[in-house]
Design a protein around this ligand. Structure first.
Ligand code: SF4
Ligand code: SF4
Length: 207
């Protein structure tokens, strides 16, 4: 194989000469309109089909975890929710890059997205819960998005009761979206001894 040689330019040849005028040239930008916006007080209308927050049709999600497997940011955790036969994805917006691979790969089209993209917090502990998102159905999210058109997250406040494991999303239209998390992972969470006994009792009664 032919050997390749590199020439390294002398520092004196690449170093720019100091200029006393150039630093002052930046002053002209003081009189130009800024290209940045003041989030969350100002917004930019996103393009149609902009890859924003996720939505989920809970009825058509089959809990296959293909979304979790393809996610390059490992932002998806399968979550078991009371009353649901299959686990559903929970998305960590601290990790998500909004690539929407998960939406593309979903075999049933249950996972979708809306254009809303703005999630700002003051980094208070209770606000950080907003980053943990079991997506709500698309109709509800679109309804809120159309009512406000400010492209903000549809949840104003989120409550998580550590004892009962109940989650309450306080939505921007004044309604609540509640569910109870039973556990995480691909396998159904093991029932606690007390719950097992209750389940056995109820099956005995039925017999
Ligand atoms: S959202 Fe789609 S890919 Fe993810 S678990 Fe549900 S059906 Fe499977
Ligand atoms: S949008 Fe991309 S990074 Fe975010 S959860 Fe889906 S696959 Fe992961």
């Amino acid at each position: 194989m032919e050997e390749v040689t590199f020439k390294i330019a002398q520092e004196s040849k690449v170093r720019k000469k100091p200029s006393f005028i150039k630093p002052w040239l930046g002053l002209k930008y003081l009189f130009k309109k800024p290209v940045t916006i003041k989030i969350p007080y100002e917004t930019i209308e996103p393009a149609k089909d902009y890859r924003g927050f996720h939505t989920l049709n809970w009825k058509t999600c089959i809990g296959c975890n293909m979304c979790g497997q393809i996610c390059p940011a490992r932002a998806i955790e399968m979550t078991w929710i009371e009353g649901e036969k299959r686990p559903h994805p929970k998305i960590d917006y601290g990790r998500c890059t909004f690539c929407q691979f998960c939406v593309e790969v979903c075999p049933t089209g249950a996972l979708g997205f809306v254009e809303s993209y703005m999630l700002t917090t003051e980094w208070k502990e209770e606000e950080l819960q907003l980053f943990d998102w079991v997506p709500i159905p698309p109709e509800k999210f679109r309804e809120i998005q159309e009512a406000h058109r400010d492209w903000k997250f549809p949840v104003e406040r989120m409550e998580f009761n550590k004892e009962t494991r109940e989650v309450t999303y306080h939505l921007r239209d004044g309604t609540e979206f509640r569910f109870r998390i039973l556990g995480y992972g691909l396998k159904p969470p093991a029932a606690k001894p007390a719950e097992k006994k209750e389940a056995e009792k109820s099956t005995e009664k039925q017999e």
